[in-house]
Design a protein around this ligand. Structure first.
Ligand SMILES: Cc1ncc(COP(=O)(O)O)c(C=O)c1O
Length: 433
């Protein structure tokens, strides 16, 4: 049956432009296939953290708490805005990751979070629907997670205004973003910016000096500017001097024309990828009355309501029990530190390797955080060609290629390689020619 005559414009456009068999999913499947043929194959394609024995990394306290949920806690509807005790606990948990002196002011200058059903991805979609029209400009880094294109460019059809996140030497550079932001001030009525630190795929986060540079540019903004802050990997940071929590508290209270929208959730914060819960918190440019903040929160909730009605309740109940009970909270913080230590060890092994070895083809960007290491190419070959060769040699990687915006790099997910296999994986990576 030909469905064409039944399709909406969005349905048709998304069908023609979103490719479910491309990018990370497709390369992940290729790697899984190679693992069956080749027992020593190392799969560095997976973007979920795993233990050294290959099992999914979890938070045992959350697993335990989830198993104790009653039928009502699991299966009854949740509040449309998120269960009240949960959103308060989530906000508190987030604020506690900020430096002491920013906690009260950020609390004052932001709404309570609103839940959305469908992980951070749904939070990005809700934010897009609330703030942007088709063809509005979105400043978006050239290194980005593929589904960001699907949400903002292919489904919502915003206009792509790319900024280069990483310079030719592999350093994070905010100059491209800042220049573009300035150049859009004249002609546009409203501007969108998408920020994602630690970045997928590059594993880069800004230093505190770079955050300041961005703040200075935002203070000058004269057109309404909505900053979507994708905080999927917040807190996974391995170096000093680098922003080790969300950038959100530095972007509130800057300017009446700047609206930071924090999108976060338990997917990576608590390794609960399948829980499919997203959170949206709005930051205020200037002091705003509580009643107004509550009204703003209702606006977010109406968009979330009209998309997916309400969000999963079980994960909210389990996390509330943990975050509001001091002993459990202490336990989950220890588990967070333990998981971070595992990832940090792998990160350090990757760093040591790339600092003492040279590849003919690849050089690392200055990754410092997140789940991934990322490599640029020294030659004209494409990352796709290199990843194909690596598959044959026994290493699964993800190529990130986009000719239009100069993207050509390889992502190696140390979050899912066992610690003892890191050197072997990098030997394979650096042997490619
Ligand atoms: C940068 C980034 N944002 C958002 C997400 C989506 O998270 P979720 O699974 O909660 O939808 C991912 C997932 O990999 C990601 O890498």
């Amino acid at each position: 049956m030909n469905l064409d005559k039944y399709l909406s414009n969005t349905g048709r456009y998304v069908n023609e432009n979103v490719n479910l068999a491309s990018g990370t999913l497709a390369w992940g499947m290729r790697a899984t296939k190679r693992m069956q043929e080749f027992p020593d194959f190392i799969n560095a394609t997976t973007g979920s953290a795993t233990e050294d024995n290959g099992e999914l990394m979890v938070f045992p306290t959350l697993v335990e708490e989830t198993q104790k949920l009653t039928a009502t806690q699991l299966f009854a509807y949740a509040n449309l805005r998120g269960n009240s005790s949960f959103v308060h606990a989530w906000k508190k948990d987030t604020l506690e990751t900020y430096p002491q002196e920013l906690q009260d002011i950020t609390d004052k200058l932001s709404t309570l979070p609103v839940t959305s059903c469908g992980g951070l991805t749904s939070g990005l979609m809700v934010a897009s629907q609330l703030f942007f029209n088709q063809n509005d400009p979105l400043l978006i880094p050239n290194t980005r997670w593929g589904n960001v294109d699907n949400v903002f460019l292919k489904n919502q059809r915003l206009r792509e205004e790319t900024y280069q996140l990483v310079d030719k030497e592999g350093n994070l550079a905010l100059s491209s973003l800042i220049e573009k932001l300035k150049s859009l001030q004249g002609a546009e009525d409203k501007i969108g910016i998408y920020l994602n630190f630690p970045n997928n795929p590059s594993g880069i986060s800004p230093t505190f000096d770079q955050v300041k540079e961005l703040q200075e540019a935002l203070v000058e903004v004269i057109k309404p500017t909505v900053i979507i802050i994708d905080d999927a990997y917040e807190g996974y940071v391995y170096e000093n001097e680098v922003l080790d929590h969300s950038i959100f508290p530095y972007l509130v209270g800057l300017n009446e024309n700047v609206l930071p929208v924090k999108v976060d959730g338990p997917s990576k914060r608590f390794c609960a990828y399948g829980a499919r819960l997203g959170m949206i918190t709005l930051g205020m440019g200037v002091e705003t009355e509580d009643s107004k903040k509550a009204e703003i929160r209702e606006m977010i909730a109406k968009i979330a309501r009209s998309n997916t009605s309400s969000s999963p309740r079980g994960i909210q109940e389990a996390l509330t029990n943990i975050l509001t009970e001091p002993v459990k909270k202490q336990k989950i913080l220890q588990e967070k530190q333990r998981n971070l230590d595992v990832l940090k060890k792998r990160y350090q092994l990757v760093k040591e390797y790339v600092e003492s070895n040279e590849s003919k083809l690849l050089y690392p960007v200055k990754f410092n955080s997140g789940f991934f290491s990322y490599f640029l190419l020294k030659t004209q070959q494409t990352a796709t060609e290199i990843s194909t060769k690596l598959l044959e040699k026994g290493l699964g990687t993800i190529p990130f290629v986009n000719e239009k915006n100069g993207l050509n790099g390889i992502r190696v997910a140390f979050c899912s390689i066992s610690t003892e296999k890191i050197n072997e994986a990098l030997d394979i990576l650096y042997s490619v020619d």
